[in-house]
Design a protein around this ligand. Sequence first.
Ligand code: 5U1
Length: 673
Amino acid sequence: MTRSASKIEQRVRELRAEIEHHNYRYFVLDDPEIPDAEFDRLVRELKTLEDAHPELLTPDSPTQRVGSYALSAFGEVRHRVPMLSLDNAFEPEEVEAFDARVRDRLDHDGPIEYACEPKLDGLAVSIVYEDGVLVQAATRGDGTTGEDVTHNVRTVKSVPLRLHGKGWPGVLEARGEVFMPIAGFEAMNRRAQERGEKTFVNPRNAAAGSLRQLDPRVTAERPLEVYFYGVGLIERGGLPERHSQILGSLRKWGLRTAPEATVKRGVEGLLDYYGQMLVRRPSLGYQIDGVVYKVDSLSLQQELGYVARAPRWAIAHKFPAEEEMTTIRDIEWQVGRTGALTPVARLEPVFVGGVTVSNATLHNIDELHRKDVRVGDTVVIRRAGDVIPEVVEVLAERRPLHTRIVRLPESCPVCGSAVVKPEGEAVARCSGGLYCGAQRKESLRHFASRRAMDVEGLGAKLIDQLVDAGYVKNAADLYGLTADRLAGLDRMGEKSAGNLVDALEKSKKTTLARFLYSLGIRDVGEATAHALAGHFASLEEISEASMEKLEEVPDIGPVVAQHIHGFFREQHNRDVIDALRRSGVEWASPPKKPAAERRLSGKTFVITGTLSGMTREEAQDRIRALGGKATGSVSAKTDYLVAGSDPGSKRQKAEKLGIPILDEKAFQALIAN
Ligand code: 5U1
């Protein structure tokens, strides 16, 4: 059924009012009510209606506005060269159509060369250098007039106050994006939370809020960074003929550009770049919401020109949104391996980050209360990379009249044991230990997992069946399972049962480090398990060690020592370990290695990117075998970063901290000699 003209007009009016409202919340208050993807949908709906009914288009429609609003608290800056926006593509076909339009207009047969860059999710700025000295910084505002944020931008350490080198034009307006790296954003929010202050919902809002501080001393404390992606006004001098060369010049003058920027040929090259950046997105260390393609040649750019608000020679290819809104149908409690009770939101299914999501974590009871999440609420869900989807915030304006407040249960929803929440800890736990079916199942899952005892074919569903049937109460019972017994289970044929028994048999030959890790002692991850196995001569020594002795192991502090010590004081843990060893679980006691074989002792390595000759895990095992330590994140304690191809943000962090970086060849030489 077609809608009547008056209905369409009414919808156009509604959409305009709604978009203006959200523009105000976003640009003026830095406090958006809806995720970007929802906002984009409103704008797209309005554009579609206006395209179909041009008679309804008015000059004040939000679709005719280039950017955002100027903030009245700051002085105004008129951009002598307008700061334009970009058209968006969401599907490969739209990129193909863009490339076809470009070639058509240029009457160009072969593939076009495009400069490709990540599209940062921050705040666009224009920074003017006169005779090499920073004289003015402004936000984009509405594209013609922005806010004067010179004093604040001067506090951003990666913005040079004076250009480096020589050869820059007398007046150079550099344009780029101020953003907040994810690690800095999380640390800042943690500090704000500890002080009971307001936290930011995402790095982009944090960057915008930080740059629009009236007191530059506040901005100076915020971990802001900048990447430049182009130029505006140029006087008394010239620039190279290609966009990629201009980026090179900016870099030479001390203006940072995205390290991922590159040049690609033709539409295949563009889609290849998109795919690569989508994979790298979670490890970049800063948020991007897509990539930008620009015709590299400036003379071709000039030939193509502009339509209304955007250049014909560039397009943003957007990634699937990582934040979406949906409603909460229920909140349930999940009990983990160590008894931790995690509130999990059951959601109206929503497509976010490229998959349909029906559950999202609320982390712990304190977090649930802090965010005031209730059953019935409309919330923003975030799914970034492979990270578990989480509830970011409640959209308070959309709260219905009747919602259900969720409280911490007094008893475990699985086994009925008391729930305890020690003073000062955010996590509440079931006190049932291995009496609790949930903890038992999770412990068994962990025990059988690939990095622990590596029992192939023993997955979560099978463990559920084994525990529910009463066949298995602890890890040692696994080794008493027979093919006959297993074959009686649902969906388990004779062959699979035989395979599982073989896999269990195979898993018995392990290493002390793997065995320690598989026990699931609180806070004993792989690195700590390796450290323990490397420090003590045997499992017996570890189980008898005093707190003081345990604290002698590098990186084991009093809390972890207490967990290890406590674990081995529990008789039922000792019984399970004895039973496991009686059933044949064994490892070779590591011979005390001569010093030459432990030559990486005391050295901490981080591996990043893809190695061509071995997996990252094999490389970590080699480091540990030589007495070194392999960890996952770069810090001041890291001695070397091993960087394979596509190393991502860890490399940048290592460079910043002055940590030596080994390429694969240097690393191979180090472990081979
Ligand atoms: N990386 C990048 N982001 N970005 C945003 N390049 C880029 N270029 C832009 C915008 C608005 O605009 C020019 C193409 C005009």
